[in-house]
Write a protein that binds this ligand. Structure first.
Ligand SMILES: Nc1ncnc2c1ncn2[C@@H]1O[C@H](COP(=O)(O)OP(=O)(O)OP(=O)(O)O)[C@@H](O)[C@H]1O
Ligand SMILES: [Mg+2]
Length: 290
């Protein structure tokens, strides 16, 4: 190359130089165009992201308003059915009692649904207050045991709380943790026709603790392991048709676990039962224990 250039005349060299300059100029123009294109695309993406944010915000606000407004009429239904069932306004026939109890049961379910929606809206709007405190696992387990006692109506299923041994005193939001476990346990009881639902806690090291709810129920095929954690997601099964629910419990639990600095996990196979677990820090990060 050097020898070639050494042999070239000054005119030839000038020509080549001009040619390279032209090429460089073309390249620069092309680059500039690409650059402008990228900037335009980026702007478009930003606009779409903003629109998505607004839509999401609107959805959260709608959910919050709606669920809030539903509370008053539901509560009056609940108190009126209670008055009727307490015979404050006189006796009821057997059939009337059945019907009023049915209304009461539905009002209670409706109220739970509305509470879930409101919670979800609050989480999405970033308006959930985390209030951590010190508490013992055994106390949480005994509170849960008390809560589930009245709903254990299937004698073929037992609910077992395994005594936690190596779990240290926790510093986190016990009400949120309890809400996650309540969702897991009520699902496990719903989808376990016979056998056992076992709740346990284990210290797994590095400041983390895992709570598991294991059932011997219908199980979940691997292809649904991700989707059931999304809003309103419910799987088809003969059991599902008889049961109610909104499909919000797991999505709410996943969001609450994130707020507590943790994660949720599912191990399950169809027909072989399921283990839902939540792993959170023993001490909520960023919160200052007194
Ligand atoms: N332990 C389980 N065994 C089998 N399937 C389960 C279990 N837990 C959840 N599922 C499946 O995941 C779906 C979603 O559960 P999720 O708790 O979100 O909603 P849901 O229980 O149907 O309604 P909600 O909790 O809002 O009352 C359930 O409808 C069911 O199909
Ligand atoms: Mg549920």
């Amino acid at each position: 190359m050097a020898a070639e250039q050494a042999g070239a005349s000054p005119e030839e060299l000038a020509l080549r130089l001009a040619q390279s300059q032209r090429e460089a100029e073309e390249l620069r123009k092309e680059l500039e165009e690409t650059n402008r294109g990228v900037v335009a695309l980026y702007g478009e993406l930003e606009t779409q992201a903003e629109q998505l944010r607004q839509a999401n915000d609107l959805k959260s606000r709608f959910l919050a308003y709606m669920s809030h407004e539903f509370r008053t009429p539901i509560n009056s239904m609940r108190s009126i059915t209670r008055l009727l069932l307490d015979r404050i306004d006189g006796p009821l026939t057997e059939e009337q009692e059945k019907q009023v109890s049915f209304i009461q049961q539905n009002a209670i379910e409706f109220a739970e649904m509305v509470d879930d929606l409101l919670d979800l809206a609050k989480v999405e709007a970033g308006r959930v207050e985390i209030s951590p405190g010190w508490f013992e696992m055994v106390d949480l387990f005994s509170a849960l045991r008390g809560m589930f006692k009245p709903v254990l109506t299937n004698p073929a299923v037992s609910l077992v709380f395994q005594e936690p041994h190596d779990v240290p005193t926790l510093y986190t939001d016990d009400r949120k943790l309890s809400q996650i476990l309540r969702n897991f346990i009520s699902n496990a009881l719903k989808f376990t026709p016979k056998g056992e639902v076992r709740v346990s806690a284990r210290f797994i090291g590095e400041g983390m603790v895992t709570f598991s709810v294991a059932d011997s129920g219908i199980g979940i095929a691997p292809e649904f392991h991700q989707s059931i954690f999304q809003d309103f997601s419910q799987l088809q099964s003969p059991l599902q048709r008889r049961l109610r629910g909104t499909g919000l419990g797991l999505s709410l639990s996943k969001k609450l676990a994130l707020l507590l600095g943790g994660t949720v996990r599912l191990d399950s196979e169809a027909g072989k039962g399921s283990v839902f677990s939540v792993t959170i820090p023993v001490q909520l990060q960023g919160a200052k224990p007194e």
